[in-house]
Ligand binder design. Structure first.
Ligand SMILES: NC(=O)c1ccc[n+]([C@@H]2O[C@H](COP(=O)([O-])OP(=O)(O)OC[C@H]3O[C@@H](n4cnc5c(N)ncnc54)[C@H](O)[C@@H]3O)[C@@H](O)[C@H]2O)c1
Length: 417
């Protein structure tokens, strides 16, 4: 089978969106121009498992134009944009993704990308790598190297490496500064608010907005909600992160306390069971609850169903749970990433940096993968610096540089007052 998408007739709409994204991803377009003639991926078979958005399509097309044979699946059952998948299928990419796929179909789609016997992999959440390791270990041993896009995936891969279970080297693209400190903060911040707004059209000003987790995604979401006039409350488990939230001007309390006063809740932790039955039971009537972490286990919806009399969809991506205690709770995007299931994911400008990192990391994997140890590797500091400079250039922003004298001063440990 060459592809499986919802409706090939959507391809033209998807192609227009991809063109729009391309116009806002100048760093990746610069890399395409630089590498297209070199064809660094000639002979490589790249299997990818990553949200099918217009920005991902730009990356897929860039990899293909640089010589790769590419096969793709989405990394979340609700995040595929069907018009984008159709456009990629029409362009001859073997893509297996549609919005609303079941969990079985999700893993079936990953298997179809594995059919090509990949030499390189690109993951967002480590489901592809995990499937290769669990179901096709012989094939996994032949993979040269892979990359991982998100925090949860990197956590899992580091755990696999520690347990000696990892079978090929992986580059932790998520941990590059030009990814983690931009995509997760500004991308997730803006797009999660976008997802909440599209699903509710709720007023933020004056609302109590509860953010669980003050890491990268949580911080981004908190600062954007504050900018819209919400009173932001943070819950955390790490003292350092909680302290940062306090000094950034947010209220910090336990979830037990926050549930009594919150109007909107968002989880951004990568942890399961952040909001459970005893929390739902005490929420205010009309509370809106959603998640922006990678998996849908942060809100325990099984618990919520146990105390619910009736569920109905009141708007796209917005389900009203009528509780036995008479209150109503509104759950967005079935507890899956609200920014991707309820909106279009991160803006192209920020994905430009993430995917430029993906691209350069895959070039590194293709060229040096065989000499990398079987472990989780960081993106080199020089790549981060190069991409930050390139991004600034595309924004027409110049910065100062140190003179030779200043560099000498920096390293002169004898210099005093
Ligand atoms: N929605 C998106 O598009 C998107 C984008 C990037 C990352 N992610 C995902 O979002 C999640 C968070 O990523 P990140 O980069 O912010 O990670 P991070 O490690 O920077 O932050 C997570 C924070 O959550 C806190 N935390 C853990 N368990 C908690 C709990 N029970 N209650 C309160 N706080 C808790 C941790 O202490 C940490 O500070 C991951 O699953 C990641 O894969 C989603």
């Amino acid at each position: 089978m060459e592809y499986k998408v919802k409706d090939l007739g959507l391809a033209e709409t998807g192609a227009m969106k991809i063109e729009w994204a391309e116009s806002r991803m100048p760093v990746l377009m610069y890399l395409l121009e630089k590498y297209e003639k070199q064809r660094p991926f000639e002979g490589q078979r790249i299997a990818g498992c990553l949200h099918v958005t217009k920005e991902t399509a730009v990356l897929v097309k860039t990899l293909a134009r640089c010589g790769a044979q590419v096969a793709w699946s989405g990394c979340n059952p609700l995040s595929t944009q069907d018009d984008i998948a159709a456009a990629l299928a029409r362009d001859g990419i073997p893509i297996f993704a549609w919005h609303g796929m079941s969990v079985d179909e999700f893993y079936w789609a990953i298997e179809r990308t594995i059919d090509m016997k990949p030499s390189l992999t690109l993951d967002d959440g480590a489901d592809l790598i995990n499937t290769l390791h669990q179901k096709h270990p012989k094939m996994a041993r032949e993979v040269i190297a892979g990359t991982e896009e998100t925090t949860t995936g990197v956590h899992r891969l580091r755990a696999m490496a520690k347990a000696g279970a990892l079978l090929y080297p992986v580059v932790a693209v998520n941990d590059a500064e030009t990814k983690w400190d931009f995509d997760n903060i500004y991308g997730t911040g803006q797009s999660s608010i976008d997802g909440i707004l599209r699903s509710t059209s709720i007023l933020f000003a004056g609302k109590n907005f509860v953010v669980a987790g003050y890491g990268h995604c949580g911080k981004g979401t908190a600062i954007r909600a504050q900018g819209m006039g919400a009173h932001v409350i943070v819950t955390e488990v790490r003292p350092l992160q909680a302290l940062k939230a306090v000094l950034d001007g947010f209220s910090v309390m336990t979830m037990d306390e926050a549930v009594e006063i919150g109007d909107i809740f968002i989880t951004a932790t990568g942890m399961k069971d952040v909001i459970v039955k005893h929390h739902f039971e005490r929420m205010k009537d009309g509370a809106v609850v959603c998640n922006t972490g990678h998996y849908d286990c942060e809100l325990n919806l099984k618990d919520l169903k146990e105390i619910t009399e009736n569920v109905r969809e009141v708007r796209p991506n917005n389900e009203e749970y009528s509780l036995k205690n008479g209150r109503k709770i509104f759950v967005l995007a079935k507890g899956r990433l609200v920014n991707l299931a309820g909106a279009e994911g991160h803006p192209s400008e920020v994905m430009d940096m993430s995917f430029a990192n993906q691209f350069l990391s895959l070039v590194r994997c293709a060229r040096e993968g065989r000499s990398l140890s079987v472990d989780v590797h960081d993106v080199p500091f020089e790549q981060d610096e190069e991409l930050a400079l390139l991004k600034l250039k595309t924004m027409k922003i110049e910065i100062d540089s140190l003179s030779a004298e200043q560099e000498h001063y920096r390293d002169d440990y004898l210099a005093g007052t």
